[in-house]
Design a protein around this ligand. Structure first.
Ligand SMILES: C[S@@+](CC[C@H](N)C(=O)[O-])C[C@H]1O[C@@H](n2cnc3c(N)ncnc32)[C@H](O)[C@@H]1O
Length: 454
């Protein structure tokens, strides 16, 4: 990524390959993100108009056009820039895809007081408050139209240009069940009573998200300034917007939210704030490749956890609580280089890489040789050994070999602890059959490394 940025960033507006370059950068990342998504998960990518249409095609390709949910327009700027060349740009696009639309269940937004206020109970219906909804709809077939006279003497005729919402039998059932309302004096044209208890427990999500509900760019800047002071971070998102995304993505109370372009860490802040509000235990993973990963991204999270004394918001002042681990990536392991002996990683780096490949999770912290036989990690059932030094002379010597004497020592140690052993090494002077009897599995390190040093 750093290499890419060094050569391509900022991508020159005159560069005819600029879109290609950008797409080449995004392509593998989107594939990886898709792999990491749970089957009922969703991805949201905020993008301005420059690359929106390219990204949409790319995401159609990677996630499948059927899994496109919508392109949310976030009305992020409420002022117009008078110095805009042609149009003052006031919104951002948020491309929203499900990993699989059939598995994904969209989250509803909390109902507002205003929405519930429309429900009343003038006829003291025991089923509770209701709202009048018409008996007709805008589409249907002419042959479905009918007229009906109820036993209270009122005749209902479907209005011109409209079509019945219910067939005649169903309408009469509703009438006999007291679900039609004929006005205060019981003589006006009827409407169906739609009970609050019947409506879905939340508000349907729209595709236009206004700054009034999810905050503006200005508000997001203010939010970060209240933590770091002015001008430290450019173009952050706001926690209100991220909270909305978390709601719509239907994130469960124990789910994980990944932001692979974390910037100022708004996502971590929003997750912690939501957890504090509703007692949830959502977790976040933030990834940032720039040097400010520690000083800004992680620092924001540290500050909001511990409390920001100068913050106006009381819960931010007191601190949102929670915890996280800050990890950095080690140098990449150059497998080709290892094969030829040109580039030999440090002992701890190689040990961590081997455990990673073996799908053993050890959390953070460096790995080191724990005894003379190369023990570096004790798992629950297996102990891991690595016979290695980043030195070709050593790797070519008998000291780097697994021989019978060493194998027996390892076997005695692991058997006393009720474990088996995996030994990584450049070579062995004992057959795997004998090793199996000793409870040891041998894994070969790149062979050339040994030969190159011999
Ligand atoms: C527009 S900013 C994100 C702003 C963020 N949403 C916020 O609220 O502050 C994009 C960030 O992604 C980072 N970035 C770009 N490519 C990345 C990559 N491959 N891995 C990690 N971070 C990356 C950039 O350094 C930048 O900080």
């Amino acid at each position: 990524m750093r290499e890419w940025l060094k050569h391509n960033s900022p991508v020159d507006g005159e560069d005819l390959e600029r879109h290609d370059k950008w797409l080449c950068m995004m392509w593998p990342r989107l594939h990886l993100l898709k792999e990491l998504l749970s089957d009922d998960g969703a991805i949201f990518v905020s993008i301005d108009d420059n690359e929106q249409h390219h990204l949409r095609m790319l995401m159609d390709e990677v996630f499948g056009a059927d899994n496109f949910v919508t392109n949310v327009a976030w009305w992020s700027k409420y002022t117009l820039s008078n110095d805009a060349k042609r149009v003052s740009y006031q919104h951002e696009n948020i491309l929203f895809y499900a990993k699989s639309v059939n598995e994904f269940q969209i989250g509803l937004l909390p109902r507002t007081e205003k929405m519930d206020k429309a429900y009343k109970n003038p006829d003291k219906d025991p089923r509770g408050v209701w709202k009048a909804t018409p008996l007709h709809a805008k589409s249907g077939r002419d042959s479905d139209r009918y007229s009906v006279t109820f036993s209270n003497g009122v005749t209902w005729d479907c209005p011109p240009g409209r079509f019945p919402r219910y067939n005649k039998d169903r309408l009469l059932d509703l009438y006999h069940d007291g679900q039609l309302y004929f006005g205060k004096n019981s003589i006006t044209q009827p409407a169906k009573k739609t009970y609050l208890s019947e409506v879905k427990g939340g508000k349907t999500v729209g595709s236009l998200w206004s700054y009034e509900e999810v905050g503006s760019t200005h508000e997001s800047n203010e939010e970060v300034s209240s933590i770091f002071g002015k001008g430290v971070v450019g173009n952050p998102k706001g926690t209100k917007l991220l909270k909305r995304i978390i709601q719509v993505a239907n994130i469960g109370p124990d789910d994980i939210i990944l932001d692979s372009f974390a910037g100022s860490g708004t996502t971590g802040h929003a997750v912690l704030a939501l957890n504090k509000e509703d007692g949830g235990n959502r977790k976040f993973i933030l990834v940032e490749c720039e040097d400010y990963a520690d000083s800004i991204t992680a620092e924001r999270v540290r500050r909001v956890i511990g409390g920001v004394p100068s913050a106006r918001d009381a819960s931010l002042r007191d601190g949102l609580g929670g915890s996280f681990t800050y990890c950095t990536l080690g140098d990449p392991i150059d497998l080709e280089g290892m094969l030829t002996g040109e580039s030999l990683p440090e002992y701890g780096e190689l040990a961590a890489y081997l455990l990673h490949v073996a799908r053993v999770s050890v959390g953070g912290g460096a790995l080191a040789r724990l005894d003379d036989d190369g023990l570096f990690y004790r798992g629950e059932k297996t102990a891991y050994y690595l016979l290695y030094e980043p030195d070709l002379a050593y790797m070519g010597s008998n000291a780097a070999m697994l021989d019978e004497e060493r194998a027996k020592r390892i076997s005695a140690a692991i058997r006393a602890e009720g474990r088996k052993a995996v030994v990584f090494g450049a070579g062995k002077y004992i057959s795997q059959r004998d090793l199996t009897d000793l409870g040891i599995t041998f894994c070969q390190l790149p062979y050339e490394m040994h030969r190159a040093g011999a």
